[in-house]
Design a protein. Structure first.
Length: 80
């Protein structure tokens, strides 16, 4: 009787440990997936910001270039 009881306790403990191990593994997988999504979101945001800054810089540079060329052309036509 005593051996059956200790074996049953061992089996119950093993089953409980297995369930905990699976739950821990699943929690670790979920946490890793969440970290991965967070890192990807941060990368996308960073690239989005850099693209926006590049676009604004290009628009400003174009406006400045067009203004300079326009006034140079105007000064050649009027002054020259």
């Amino acid at each position: 009787m005593r051996m059956r009881q200790s074996f049953a306790q061992f089996e119950a403990a093993f089953h409980e440990e297995t369930v905990e191990h699976r739950a821990r593994g699943e929690a670790l997988r979920r946490a890793a997936a969440k970290r991965s999504r967070t890192r990807r979101h941060q990368r996308v945001e960073k690239h989005r910001t850099l693209r926006y800054i590049g676009l604004v810089t290009a628009v400003i540079a174009t406006a400045v270039a067009v203004t300079v060329v326009m006034f140079q052309t105007l000064s050649l036509l009027v002054g020259g």
